[in-house]
Write a protein that binds this ligand. Structure first.
Ligand SMILES: *Cc1c(COP(=O)(O)O)cnc(C)c1O
Length: 369
């Protein structure tokens, strides 16, 4: 039986192995383990790739969100609006920044945050909205921005799943501030935890860097109560090598998604939708398995795929308000609640072959019977 993983990190490493090894030697020679020349170079390169002037490398994506929220003043006493259908880290970052989590529902076709619901949830206490660019495509942030015009509410984009994605030609963060994650499985993945904040604002960039470096930019100066969240030299080496290939890798993901669209067209599954104006980067290829309102059928299909060697997964099985951590929030978000038991993610990565995708489609057809 051929095993087809959800993501193939070994295949990605094979493409960058020589550069990474040479870079690790440079870091060892310099003993530049936290920060240093590789980190500074990566920050410049990632800012340029993102079409923004500033990038601050941090320890992970959750920290990146927390730091961006703190930088825009979304702390104690503030409300922050985010979608119920997201990875838990979006909500965790808001709670850790000290703000109140305010959830809204998602859209039925794309599972992205319902922008109108987010705008309707704004109160005088709202300090930020966090649209999540889920699965690799951007949320309609132009509508969010126009709806917020004249109000003192920041848009802090959760760009963890969309490195390289654009909407009407612009990437995440180009309108203000965005947080991203370089967790190994992301489109741009490190060899451990890493993340970054990108922004057009020199003031926000400085605040994020200060907060992430014990509240000061020079040693033993502590102007703010900060934290320790910085990017490591070895991670910067990996990220530089992979960033040089990311546009090509995203192109290969788009080709793979188009192939799935064709291969799955006749099956009883709902295919993912792309919003007009979006260049999708397919971090996740998420289909929907129609069920009876419980996860029973989807879980059965998932188990059959696993038995057939296909590394399918679920993003995400439990909406934020149904997790133990955030159950006290309560609330009802019918679209997210209806989607969660039916979502199923198929293997996708730049190196996936046509034969592997055909095997996935064949296994899914059998599993659906
Ligand atoms: C991965 C992810 C994060 C958090 O990133 P970490 O680096 O794992 O802390 C936040 N939001 C979303 C949508 C993610 O997918």
């Amino acid at each position: 039986m051929t095993r087809i993983p959800l993501v193939d990190l070994a295949a990605a490493h094979a493409e960058v192995a020589e550069e990474v090894e040479a870079g690790f030697k440079r870091v060892l020679a310099e003993t530049a383990f936290v920060g240093g020349a590789e980190v500074a170079a990566f920050e410049q390169e990632y800012a340029a790739f993102s079409g923004v002037p500033f990038c601050v490398g941090v320890a992970n994506g959750t920290d990146a969100l927390e730091l961006a929220l703190r930088a825009v003043g979304a702390g104690p006493g503030a409300e922050v609006i985010l979608p119920a259908n997201t990875f838990i880290a979006t909500a965790e970052a808001v709670a850790r920044a000290g703000a109140r989590v305010v959830l809204v529902d998602c859209e039925p076709g794309t599972y992205l945050m319902d922008t109108e619901a987010a705008l309707a949830a704004v109160t005088p206490a709202t300090r930020a909205i966090v649209p999540v660019h889920l699965y690799g495509q951007m949320a309609p942030i132009e509508r969010l921005r126009s709806g917020l015009r004249g109000r003192d509410v920041a848009v802090v984009e959760d760009a963890a799943q969309c490195q390289g994605a654009t909407r009407h030609g612009s990437g995440a963060g180009s309108g203000g501030i965005a947080a991203t994650s370089f967790y190994p499985g992301k489109n741009l993945g490190a060899y451990g935890d890493a993340g970054a904040v990108v922004t057009t604002s020199p003031e926000l960039a400085t605040t994020v860097r200060t907060l992430g470096s014990h509240g000061g930019l020079t040693k033993y100066t502590h102007d703010l109560i900060g934290m320790n969240s910085r990017l490591d030299g070895v991670q910067a080496v990996v990220l530089r090598a992979k960033l040089a290939r990311l546009a090509g890798w995203n192109e290969r993901r788009r080709a793979a998604a188009a192939r799935y669209d064709e291969l799955l067209a006749g099956l009883d599954v709902v295919l993912p939708q792309t919003l007009d104006g979006n260049e999708h980067v397919w971090h996740i290829y998420c289909v929907r398995i129609p069920g009876d309102g419980t996860p029973a059928r989807r879980d059965e299909v998932l188990a059959r795929l696993h038995a057939a060697g296909v590394g399918a997964a679920v993003h995400y099985p439990v909406p934020v308000h149904r997790t133990g951590a955030f159950a006290a929030l309560g609330g009802s978000f019918p679209t997210a609640e209806a989607a969660a038991p039916e979502l199923l993610s198929l293997p996708i990565y730049p190196q996936i072959t046509a034969a592997q995708q055909e095997a996935v489609a064949a296994a899914l057809a059998v599993a659906l019977r």
